[in-house]
Design a protein around this ligand. Sequence first.
Ligand code: GTP
Ligand code: MG
Length: 304
Amino acid sequence: MNSTILVGTMLDEKAELMNERHSQQFLIGLPESGKTTFLAALWHVLFEKDVDGSLQFANLTGDKTYLNNICKEWVGVQRLERTKLGMESTALIQLRDPKTELLTDISIPDLSGESFEQQWTERYAEKGYSEIIDQSEGGLLFIHPDIRESELITNASQLANRIKSPESNVEDNHSNEPIEWDPHKSPTQVQLVELLQFISVLNRRSSIRLAVIISAWDRVHENQSDPDKWLGKRAPLLMQFLQANSEKFECKCFGVSAQGGDIEKNKDELQSIESPSQRIELISTGHKKTNDITLPLRWTIRWD
Ligand SMILES: Nc1nc2c(ncn2[C@@H]2O[C@H](COP(=O)(O)OP(=O)(O)OP(=O)(O)O)[C@@H](O)[C@H]2O)c(=O)[nH]1
Ligand SMILES: [Mg+2]
């Protein structure tokens, strides 16, 4: 672990002690759920230190090329490349809390969404992933608002009643050819519950903090000030799973627009904002909107 101390000499002793702390965090989510965009915006805010009260960058061990590259594209409102299997990157970032002067190292690997999809489709987790999860104190689960919806039980029973009724014409409408099961087409929330079940098994801590990030929040038009309500309505299975497993997953929900808008439609508008950190919007239920994208991490590393 890098022991370089970047704060003033009066804090050296304290910082050295605090440097002992390392917090592994995970970042999970299906393909295109907003993980890399979030990481790019987070790196910008940590580094620029231009958002009041936000966590700040103190030091970094490892290669920062990846973080710098995604950040440069994010600042320029460019479309970020999809994270491919095998090109995932990890860096050890030392964070400083300006309110308390505490320091901690965190590592948050940016994994490809495909590696998470594979856990559902092939029921297999890579050894490296298992180790990260086992060592993690907490993490961030991403869900994009354009989710693949599930049929609700209430709708399913209506459909069943229609099929049963003698005047039903359901059978006439479509062929009765069974549709072959394709795990890729499963509802988003079903796949996410499976990811969390993997984590329950792989992580041996009695409890971990899980920040549920509903990304691209600028696309959300219902319950805009209430991400908890959005999740309960649009992903009820996931919400109920989290409530039923609240001893393992201490959970908090955030609506986050890391990009600030649509990369095509709002490009000029986004580019004209002088400070890129001002594009970011984050909301949690019962709190005001803020630009501080470090809040979920502050919560999962238990500095809040
Ligand atoms: N409107 C809007 N779109 C966003 C936002 N954040 C991400 N997106 C879009 O969501 C898509 C996926 O974003 P990524 O950050 O690449 O997602 P990812 O989870 O890293 O995807 P993989 O690398 O495939 O696992 C892209 O088309 C982004 O432009 C946001 O805040 N607002
Ligand atoms: Mg990515």
